[in-house]
Design a binder for this molecule. Sequence first.
Ligand SMILES: [Zn+2]
Length: 479
Amino acid sequence: MSDTPVPGDSTPPATGRVGGDPRHDADEPRVERRAMLVTVAASIAVALIVVLLVATGVIGGTTNAGERHQRVEDDRTAGAAEAAPQRPEIRDEEVEAVVAARSRALAEHNVDAFVAPIDPTAGELIAEQRRLFANLALFPFAEARYTVSNQPPRSVSDSGRAAVMVVVSFVHRVEGVDPVAIAENYRWTFDRTSAGGPLWMTAVSTAPYGGVMYPMPWDQTALVVERRPHVVLAAAVANKAEAATWADKAEAAARRDLDAWRGPRLPVDRFVVYVTPDRRTFDEIASTKGRGPAAGVCVSLAPLTLTDGKQTRQVGCRVVVDGAGKGFATSDDAIFKQIVEHELGHAMVAGFAPAWTEHVSWVAEGFAESLPWSDPRMANKYNPTARAYVNDGRFTGRLPVDGEIHSADPATTSISYHLSMQAIRFLAEEFGTDKAHTFVAEVYRDASRLDAALTAATGLDRAAFERTWARYVKDHPGS
Ligand SMILES: [Zn+2]
């Protein structure tokens, strides 16, 4: 094992990075209101200028009453051709028609229809959306469609232009992976520059749903997708040559994790794994900047029905691994397996948790890390940093707290992951894997029942468990 094992990293929703703190959405309307205020202020300013110009005779003013009356008569008889220019506007039904047309284009595999609503001069957007379409076609969707979200549209309109920004949900369910539909939100901008002129889509950006902000794998780069019974693996086209091998390895990791599970029935047994082509892409999707050298994350998913209060369970998570990281830089499979088995471990149990839950880190990371560390092929491995920590007498005998597990210091993180792994592995070895995995599922279901779940699994209270685990750690320093 390398000196500092690259820890995987889950993405607990409460961090707000990908999880589900609904408060994150609260910023949205504020931005919107500010934009509206600016518009209103601008309108008032324009109105004042018009009043001033009229009052000072710059506009109108010199004609007498008779002439003004005559002009009105003339306008009436001249009809529409002479009328003041109409303000361009965008009706809700028009936007809804475009959204429906793009859903149809997806279903009918018609890329030209998919990009038809886009402004023909927006070459970059057209290329992006063609790439998105091609990527989506590679995934086995049981459901894939666009709907207008219930968030109010933002509109900007003046005499020369109407623009509206609409939040649109990409409602989707990957076959065999997602037990219920997921919503990924985008903000689509529509423009009309003259009354009666064409309506064009001019911009697409990401938007949060239930506090969850993606991008999803299909948003970033041209992909290849490999399907296996338990894995749908996406990689960049640049990694086409390696993708099938990675998918085979990920499938083996998934099978090992699923075979090892002894707890209650798992919510899912197939997973989307995305291998990013470079670190920048990984950071963009995983938002791990400043969070240490994570090699993988499990990005929480928000169910479509989250915001209506009916669905309170998390759907699961998408596994994202850094294809430029250690696990991919060597022909030694050990690091790849460790990272993928760890992240798939998070994905296996994620669906037990309520949405917006805060995981108990030593349980979440300890369980995920226990999967590769219980692999017989890891028999002679050890973590030198954790071994030195215990042998040097720095070990406090306390279970790691969240701040240690998610420390910015890689050594602290490495040690804390290892100690957490030893807590779950000790629980399995001493009391049975079924007890250990049931404990993990129970803590995911309700973190506030940690102590009760621990006692149910071991017959010990937390202090007694900690004491016996600490002896185990000293007997197995770093291994
Ligand atoms: Zn993790």
